[in-house]
Design a binder for this molecule. Structure first.
Ligand code: ADP
Length: 192
């Protein structure tokens, strides 16, 4: 079973993806994590993406599609959780082609529904917690970049809701509840 978690930055996609990994043995494919790893490794690609990520913009479709292609071609799994990908219509089309090439299907697209006030306070809170614990704070977890990330989401990613709705693949869950409740809602979707 392959699923996409959709939702704005701070909606809880990463948290829910990690539950699916722990409890269902799924494999999480987070383009954000892959890009941060590339940046930390100091690779050429990492250098190219660092600035645009820090500002909150989207990395090119070509780069992220390449990352996902590589994973789908090399990692064996009985279920992928796509977290932060696709983020544009072009990425969604590319994912459909890649899955088909691998003989795989897309089984559900789950939207984590939240409102912007919660997002801003969650992300600002996450940055403050990391700083207090002496951990590195993400370069894009500041108010200015967050505004850009939200704008990018509404301009380029939110059209995917209509795209998957039209295919009959979209299901929304209330992302404002407790983590455990959101997890339970996702579990119900996967079991039906
Ligand atoms: P969040 O959802 O918390 O904003 P992610 O970790 O998913 O964060 O992504 C962080 C950044 O990485 C994005 O703001 C963007 O710059 C880049 N990025 C991640 N995934 C994609 C993607 N699919 N397409 C383009 N850029 C991406």
């Amino acid at each position: 079973m392959n699923i996409i978690l959709l939702g704005p930055p701070g909606a809880g996609k990463g948290t829910q993806a990690s539950f699916l990994v722990e409890e269902r043995g799924m494999v999480q494919l987070s383009t954000g994590d892959m890009l941060r790893a590339a940046k930390d490794s100091g690779s050429e690609m990492g250098k190219v993406v660092a600035d645009v990520m820090a500002r909150g913009g989207l990395v090119t479709d070509e780069i992220v599609i390449g990352l996902i292609r590589e994973q789908l071609e090399t990692v064996k799994s009985n279920g992928f959780v796509f977290d932060g990908f696709p983020r544009t219509l072009a990425q969604a089309d590319a994912l459909a082609v890649l899955l088909k090439e691998q003989g795989q299907t897309l089984d559900a697209v789950i939207e984590l529904e939240v409102n912007d006030d919660v997002l801003v306070s969650r992300i600002v809170g996450r940055a403050a917690e990391a700083a207090a614990a002496g951990k590195p704070v993400r370069a894009d977890d500041n108010e200015e970049s967050l505004k850009v990330r939200l704008m990018e989401y509404y301009k380029k990613t939110s059209p995917l809701l209509g795209y998957y709705y039209a295919k009959g693949q979209l299901t929304g869950v209330d992302g404002l509840g407790e983590m455990a409740d959101v997890k339970a809602s996702i579990g119900t979707i996967l079991e039906t």
